[in-house]
Design a protein around this ligand. Structure first.
Ligand SMILES: Cc1ncc(C[n+]2csc(CCOP(=O)(O)OP(=O)(O)O)c2C)c(N)n1
Ligand SMILES: [Mg+2]
Length: 362
């Protein structure tokens, strides 16, 4: 019998549920500007999500996946991205995309059914990938980009990707993690463990004690963080990205959080979720926790928190206006549905496109 190295899964938490330091804090946690910036990004996302869901209810948005309760995961992680890094997001990746310069109206356009939303105008996000809806495919894209970076000998550059805990049951997840390990790829994968894969609870998803330990078989580092603690997420992802940029290989980070919303606007979680579990999870949510920390730190006062909320709402309204303006004044012709999937449209779709155009679709 061969004796294998035993493994431990570290759990990182800096702020407890009441927003009090649970550990010695990293340096950036004392930086008022950085911490207030993280808070405002999380707040903007919460308002944007609420507005997008409301737009869907009145028929002005298609399916939308909100991130309520999970804001610290994407905001903390994307705050560590440099302008050279590449982001490969999944559908619940609004926070990461905003954090790497994608504009809110571009995200609204995408979920409003307009592919022009994926043509990110900010140079920061120019090389980032569009949203992946097929579960776990983004993992392979991320590993592909990371191997391209490695083959080209590009230094100081890494790939960040995100996946739901349910997605880690897919073959693509293991395949990508395997090459990330064996090829020592500059890649960081954050698992958004929001406890649900639509209506499938985490205890029905895996018999493993943690998702982080899935890194062990790939021979890479894996750790768990409190995904409602933005300081823990930022600290862990920042270190993992630095390691990846410096040739140290890939890391898998499980951020433990909770989905405080429906899966998407096409779902009704009250049909399968225990209301008590939701109420318990609400006590741990990330924004209130960070607000308490900032107040204790003296970085903000209550009045400023109110002003931030007003500013976030105004920013969202400005972006919704841009979204409406593009849809109304520069609408896409119906034939556009054929224009973004293939570099060259296959023959069988050409006939369909011609028909749409014949019927007046241009
Ligand atoms: C290959 C594939 N199979 C099934 C689906 C349908 N589907 C959409 S979301 C989802 C659950 C994913 O849950 P999880 O990975 O935990 O991510 P979360 O939505 O919770 O962020 C499923 C099964 C899909 N989009 N792609
Ligand atoms: Mg999930």
């Amino acid at each position: 019998m061969q004796k294998l190295a035993s493994f431990e899964v570290n759990y990182l938490q800096y702020l407890d549920e009441g927003g009090k330091p649970a550990n010695d804090l990293p340096d950036f946690a004392d930086d008022h500007e950085v911490m207030v910036g993280l808070y405002r990004s999380m707040q903007l996302l919460r308002h944007l999500d609420a507005r997008a869901v409301a737009l869907q209810r009145v028929g002005r948005m298609r399916t939308y996946p909100a991130s309520e309760g999970q804001e610290a995961v994407g905001v903390g992680a994307s705050s560590c991205l440099s302008d050279r890094d590449v982001l490969v997001p999944y559908y619940r990746g609004t926070a990461m995309m905003l954090g790497h310069g994608v504009q809110p109206h571009e995200i609204l356009l995408y979920w409003g059914g307009d592919e022009r939303g994926s043509d990110y105008q900010n140079p920061l996000a120019k090389e980032d990938f569009p949203i992946a809806v097929p579960i776990a495919t983004q993992m392979l894209h991320a590993a592909g980009v990371a191997s391209a970076i490695k083959l080209r000998g590009q230094k100081d550059r890494a790939v960040l990707t995100e996946i739901g805990e349910g997605g880690t049951s897919e073959g693509e997840f293991y395949e990508a993690l395997n090459v990330a390990g064996v090829w020592n790829l500059p890649m960081v994968c954050v698992i958004n463990n929001n406890q649900w894969a639509i209506s499938v609870p985490s205890e029905m998803q895996t018999a493993a004690q943690t998702y982080a330990q899935k890194a062990v078989a790939a021979g890479i580092e894996g750790l768990q963080v409190d995904g409602n603690d933005v300081i823990a997420v930022k600290d862990a992802v920042g270190k993992a990205l630095d390691k990846a940029r410096n040739g140290g290989g890939a890391t898998l980070i499980e951020a433990v959080t909770y989905r405080l919303c429906d899966h998407t606007t096409a779902d009704d979680a009250s049909r399968y979720e225990d209301a008590k579990a939701r109420a318990e999870a609400e006590k741990k949510e990330p924004l209130g926790r960070l607000a308490k920390y900032l107040l204790n730190l003296g970085a903000v006062n209550e009045k400023q928190l109110d002003e931030f909320a007003v500013a976030a709402k105004a920013e969202v309204e400005k972006e919704v206006k841009i979204y409406f303006d593009i849809l109304e004044n520069k609408p896409q012709p119906p034939s556009a549905m054929f224009d973004y999937l293939y570099a060259e449209l296959p023959e069988r779709f050409r006939a369909q496109r011609d028909e749409v155009m014949r019927r007046g679709g241009e």
